[in-house]
Design a protein around this ligand. Structure first.
Ligand code: GLU
Length: 295
């Protein structure tokens, strides 16, 4: 699928932010960092805590100087600023919080983050504990292998192979369900899987093509992407959503309105161009339309 991704500043496992969210308060508007209440109340109060990945180049990356880059960072920033503007509020101050795959629902439910934009696929089981705005893009599960590897060209070649993915992710679950012959190693972050692949400790890394393209671009000539198909269709559909507190209908609606504005004014195309070279492989979706969950 020829996804060449812009090379972003190399960083491996970003240090987990240890700054504890000041939470526990039930009143949203006076919590110190914005987390703890409803998304809209915290935007109005001027402070929001946004969850994303810190180690995924092109999507969510904490740079060595502490600044944040990536498509998910740009989308989340646009969304909260657009909601603020719509309501006549000032742009809120943003605190970024690292939200690893397995912790996302918990961090939302605990009120430690106001919303999460972190390569977060919408699915039924997650939607039982959190609300989702979006979808705002569609990607598919793929493989990353060493550039010199010629053995692995698709699903049929994975039997007996050692595959790395991240606990709590949809790709890890789908491998377990569909490919019992695979030895799956689950790490906490994709950047640790990339190091295992670099060392030759695993044969392949599996997750969304968007994420793998970012790692391939980070180490030119080292890795390559393999698309996964089943019966001529993509092996999986990963519809990215924005997670927020369960049953926050007003917040969800505001996010969807902001996402539509982001598509309509050309901002999404710009974010894709700036973060993911040429935008190849990323499909726009209809915010608010979750009918794919029934398929
Ligand atoms: N989009 C998939 C998921 O939400 C994989 C990426 C990730 O783990 O963040 O599980």
């Amino acid at each position: 699928m020829n996804r060449a991704f812009r090379v972003l500043a190399a960083t491996t496992a970003a240090a987990l932010s240890l700054s504890l969210a000041a939470c526990g308060g039930s009143d949203s508007s006076d919590s110190a960092d914005g987390a703890g209440g409803s998304l809209l109340a915290n935007i109005e109060a001027g402070k929001v805590t946004l969850g994303t990945k810190f180690d995924q180049p092109g999507l969510g990356l904490r740079e060595p100087d502490g600044s944040m880059t990536g498509l998910d960072v740009d989308v989340a920033t646009y969304v909260v600023n657009s909601i603020a503007k719509d309501n006549g509020w000032a742009e809120p101050e943003i605190t970024w919080r690292e939200t690893p795959s397995a912790q996302r629902e918990t961090l939302i439910s605990n009120g430690e983050v106001d919303m999460i934009t972190a390569t977060y696929s919408i699915n039924k089981s997650r939607a039982e504990s959190v609300n989702f705005g979006g979808p705002y893009l569609l990607t598919h599960q793929a493989l990353l292998i060493q550039d010199a590897n010629t053995d692995i060209n698709g699903l049929d070649d994975l039997d007996g192979k050692i595959l790395c993915s991240v606990s709590g992710s949809t790709p890890a679950q789908k491998v377990k369900d569909a490919l019992p012959g695979v030895q799956l190693q689950e790490y906490d972050t994709y950047s640790s899987c990339v190091e295992a692949l670099r060392q030759g400790n695993v044969d392949a890394l599996t997750t969304d093509a968007t994420i793998l393209g970012g790692y391939a671009a980070q180490s030119p000539g080292t890795f390559k992407l393999v698309e996964l198909e089943k019966d001529g269709e993509p092996f999986t559909n990963e519809y990215y959503g924005i997670g927020l507190k369960k049953d926050d209908a007003a917040g969800t609606e505001a996010i969807n309105k902001a996402l539509q504005a982001m598509y309509d004014d050309g901002s999404f195309d710009k974010f894709v161009d700036e973060n993911i070279d040429g935008g190849t492989g990323v499909t726009k979706e209809t915010p608010g339309d979750l009918s794919f969950l029934e398929k």
